[in-house]
Ligand binder design. Structure first.
Ligand SMILES: [Zn+2]
Length: 244
C-alpha cells in the first residue's frame, strides 16, 4: 500500500516534469519508506516539501527546466528516509526526520528564489559579489526564502507530526548555512570540455560527457553537499531540542 501510494505521487510528479524516470523510482522508495515506517503525518510533510520545491523550480525566470534525477532525490531524501525507518527504535527519529526535511526545504526554497530575485549575491565567506547561481553565494531574498522554507516545514511538522517548531526551524536554517559554507569552500566546481557548461555535478543534463573538476575536493559535488546539509539539519534538530 505504501509503495502504491508513493508510486502514484512519483508518477504524477514525473508526468508534471518534476522528476525523470530514475528520480521517480528513488522518490517512490523514499516516500514508501517514510509512509510505511513513520506514517501519514511525516509522509504528508515530505509531500509538502516535494510539492513546494517542484512548484518553485517551475516558476519562470530561470533558464533550463530542471527535472530531478535519482541522485538528487537520494541526496535530499535519504536522511529523512533513514530517520523514518528508525522510527520506533528511538525517540529522536521524528526530530531527525523533520530537521532533515527542513534543511532540504530551506536549501531548495533559498536556491530557487535566490537565483531569480537575488540580483547581486555575495560569497558567504568573503562577501565579494558573485554571479547569480554560484555555489556558496547568498542574497537577501534567497536567505529570507530559506528561512521561510525552514519555518514552513516546522509549522507542517508541528501540525502533522508534533514536534518543537523552534528547534526544527533553526535546524533547517542551519542546514542551509552548512550547504552555503561547503558551497563557498570545499565543494567541487566543474566545467564540461564538450558543451562548456559549468554544472554542479560531473554528470550533467543533456550531455554525454562528464564535466572536469576545476577546484574543490574530488567527489564533493552539489548532491553530496545536499546530503551532508540534510544530515546536519537532522543532527542539529536533535541536539537543539535536548538543550533548548
Ligand atoms: Zn557537457
Amino acid at each position: 500500500m505504501a509503495l502504491a501510494a508513493a508510486g502514484l505521487v512519483a508518477a504524477a510528479a514525473r508526468r508534471a516534469g518534476a522528476l525523470d524516470s530514475g528520480g521517480a523510482v528513488a522518490a517512490t522508495l523514499v516516500g514508501a519508506s517514510v509512509l510505511r515506517f513513520a506514517g501519514w503525518g511525516p509522509a504528508f510533510v515530505l509531500v509538502f516539501f516535494f510539492a513546494s520545491a517542484s512548484a518553485l523550480s517551475a516558476l519562470p525566470g530561470k533558464r533550463g527546466r530542471s527535472r530531478r534525477g535519482a541522485r538528487q532525490v537520494i541526496a535530499n531524501g535519504s536522511v529523512a528516509a533513514v530517520a523514518a525507518v528508525l522510527q520506533g527504535a528511538s525517540g529522536w527519529a521524528d526530530l531527525a526526520f523533520l530537521g532533515a526535511v527542513a534543511a532540504a526545504a530551506a536549501d531548495t526554497w533559498g536556491t530557487e528564489i535566490g537565483v531569480r530575485l537575488g540580483k547581486r549575491p555575495r560569497s558567504i565567506v568573503t562577501f565579494r559579489p558573485q554571479p547569480p547561481g554560484t555555489s556558496g553565494a547568498i542574497s537577501v531574498p534567497g536567505t529570507l526564502a530559506a528561512l521561510a522554507g525552514a519555518l514552513a516545514v516546522a509549522a507542517a511538522g508541528v501540525w502533522l507530526v508534533g514536534g518543537p517548531a523552534g528547534a526544527v526551524a533553526l535546524a533547517g536554517l542551519a542546514g542551509s548555512l552548512i550547504d552555503s559554507l561547503l558551497g563557498a569552500g570545499p565543494q567541487a566546481a566543474y566545467r564540461c570540455p564538450t558543451c562548456g557548461a559549468q554544472p554542479e555535478v560531473a554528470r550533467h543534463a543533456g550531455c554525454p560527457e562528464r564535466a572536469r573538476r576545476l577546484a574543490g575536493l574530488p567527489g564533493l559535488d552539489n548532491d553530496v553537499v545536499n546530503l551532508l546539509a540534510t544530515a546536519g539539519g537532522a543532527l542539529i534538530a536533535v541536539v537543539l531540542d535536548s538543550v533548548l
